[in-house]
Design a protein. Structure first.
Length: 326
């Protein structure tokens, strides 16, 4: 059997019992693979890397070093949650890197979406490499590769941005969930005791909010995206839509329009609400949302988010529109 072929005998992980059996099996396999050596993991806070971190903590404890890079493009509260869950609750050896200024300075004035993606990806590799070189005797690099990554990218999990590390680091890969589908990873994460808002985290692009702050990123507009997104997620949760709508977020295009504040005209941004349902992300439909909910979200965003004077609802389906704006 080839390394990247899912075993035919592997049962779908749909229950906590099956998840516990998988965890027990993987903990034993990880201990055998790693032995007394050290392992390094780029911990984004997404479900894949979080489940890998929890498995490794259970298997090898402080032989694991997690590196969480805050590039300034994460959603509100996400870096704090990573620190709380893994360092404070699970006693992980967590290295937190505040690279916000470094990333945003590199992105200043860059408006081409592909160039933005390239800068974010390459800078992440450089930051992670710098942290890796500070450590000694690390033999393994853990990754949150899942089975669709293997099928879609020939075994290279490019969107985790660690595939470009220099060869002289000579890390051996450790990929304990590489034969699982996303829904199975979530079941395992639940069984490992990770919080629901981490286990059921919505799909989030590798460049983060960088593709939702369209055009050249500015710090004030990026903060407006972060705050409006937090309001949207909070109100969807209150309305019972969490887990019922596949993905929802806000974006702020790089345009301004006229508004009125304190009786005077001024220029402000428009926040776009995006919500979609999909099975495979190849096509996506727009759910019907109550107008009262949209009004409530509109009122909160305009009242609470600096620089915003309009709230729009994106009704476009995929195709012809994509899910993300960039």
């Amino acid at each position: 059997m080839e390394n990247n072929v899912r075993p035919e005998s592997m049962a779908r992980i749909t229950t906590s019992e099956l998840a516990n059996a998988f965890i027990e099996e993987q903990v034993a396999a990880l201990r055998e693979q790693i032995g007394d050596k050290k392992v390094l993991l780029a911990l984004s806070g997404g479900v894949d890397s979080s489940v890998v971190a929890a498995l490794l903590i259970k298997a090898v404890g402080d032989q694991l070093t997690c590196v969480h890079v805050n590039h300034g493009l994460l959603r509100k509260g996400e870096p704090e949650q990573v620190i709380e869950v893994f360092r404070n609750q699970m006693n992980a050896n967590l290295v937190y890197v505040d690279a916000v200024d470094r990333f945003l300075d590199k992105l200043a004035g860059i408006d081409d979406p592909e160039e933005k993606r390239k800068i974010i990806g390459e800078e992440f590799i450089r930051v992670f490499e710098e942290e890796a070189r500070k450590l000694t005797d690390v033999a393994f690099l853990a990754q949150g590769t899942i089975y669709p990554d293997i099928l879609e990218s020939d075994g290279v999990k490019a969107h985790h941005n660690v595939g470009g590390l220099p060869e002289d680091l000579k890390f051996e890969l450790c990929e304990p969930v590489k034969f699982l589908y996303k829904d199975e990873v979530r079941v395992v994460g639940k069984a490992l005791g990770l919080p629901d808002n981490m286990v059921y985290r919505q799909p989030f692009p590798g460049p983060g909010l960088g593709v939702r702050c369209t055009g050249a990123i500015t710090r004030d507009r990026l903060e407006a995206v972060r705050e409006s997104d937090a309001i949207l997620r909070e109100e969807f949760a209150k309305a019972g839509l969490e887990g019922k709508v596949w993905q929802y977020f806000t974006a702020i295009p790089d345009i301004q329009s006229t508004g009125i504040k304190d009786g005077k005209r001024y220029m402000g941004w428009a926040v776009v609400i995006r919500a979609v349902n999909t099975v495979d992300a190849v096509t996506a439909s727009v759910p019907e949302l109550s107008i009262s909910l949209l009004f409530k979200i509109r009122d909160r965003i305009i009242a609470e988010v600096n620089g915003v004077n309009r709230v729009l609802f994106d009704m476009s389906e995929k195709p012809v529109s994509t899910i993300e704006w960039e």
